[in-house]
Write a protein that binds this ligand. Sequence first.
Ligand code: CU
Length: 463
Amino acid sequence: MKRSAMYASIFQAGLILALGVGAGPAVSATTSRASIEEPLFAPPLVPPAIHRDHAATVVIRLRAEEKEMTLADGVRYDFWTFNGTVPGPLMRVRQGDTVELHLSNDAHSHMAHNIDLHAVMGPGGGAAATVTPPGQESVFRFKAMLPGIYVYHCATAPVPMHIANGMYGMILVEPPEGLPKVDHEYYVMQGDFYTTGENHAPGLQSFDMQKLLAEQPTYVLFNGREGSLIGDGALHSKVGDSVRLFVGDGGPNLSSNFHIIGQIFDDVNIEGGSLINHNVQTTVIPPGGATMIKLTTQVPGTYLMVDHAITRAFMKGALGQLVVGGAAQPQLYQRVNAPAAHVEDMQMKANDPMSIGKRVFTQICSACHQGNGMGLPGAFPPLAMSDYLNSSPKRAIGIVLHGLHGKITVNNTGYESQMPVFGGQLSDEEIAGVLTYVLNSFGNQGGTVTAAEVKAERAKAVP
Ligand code: CU
């Protein structure tokens, strides 16, 4: 079947399904005098806390938009979105508010779309009242009766396809007294994606219905793109700061086993409700579920956020970074190199560039470039037998110091990944060590980078 014909038949099926469950009485789309419009932000940003002491009518405008975007470096995909992002914006309202939701559907859409908000008590969570053909707009009102963090998603048939293409997001209903104050709030949503090509097959990829039916995603991603929360997209905090994460799972199929390597969650709202658990390592979030996580960042460093069904993190993309700045906290965390009897030997050994380099490589570089230096096809370039590295080892100093963006070619393969900035995190000795280690490992040609060379490069203006 041609794609346009398939869309047309799915479109009809969607209308029939959604209209069959009772749309409720129509209301006029005029907004009441006291209505307000809360700002919306692209993920991982979150609207500011609400400071109103009364309920209001809140107008929220969402637009269904079918849009080709990057799924992974070198991989494009026809996403279906709310407001052009995956997930759609996090809406923030207060318990008791009346939400007037305007759902428009882009004139260029091929499909009808609607919205089911789990914060709604009413038929289809709003789906029945919001079936919206291309170029039109639906409006419905609901009262946000119970506080919590809720998923919303498109519920037009075939529902799994609309969700798999990215049509989900979250709505926070704050209790009247608000949420406890924190220093940072972020919005992360996991989803599984099904492409006809294999993982990292380049170019524009189509949706694969067979993989969806088998529940075997090609990608499992945070915020709809591999690397969306890595490097420039990383979440940030400082030593001693508190962080609240609104974490949801759009699915359509896989639960998330959300974990941050090297952190313990102070508070987790169980299943996004009012019951709070403490001291949690990994929290399970089902498709169509969400939670609030509060943690305190106590030790500086780069922490990996993962689905701890860990193959999904390191092989299918469910990987992000939380970067914690601030001074070292040796009373909380420090490396102890060796048993006392061999301290002197080991200190000498631990201070040689190759040992420093191996430690840095293992702790940091291997997360992306892999323990064997082979990288990940399409995502992270290899350091092993790398023509890019061996042709100019000194160039690598600046890359580690300042990061790297844009396209590079390594061993005849193009990469467009984002190398994070490590200049603030690693000393001259550590950068010299890790480059020397890599140059003398993984089949590379050998060579040395000295701390003095790193220091000189660091002294230059940042490019
Ligand atoms: Cu849809």
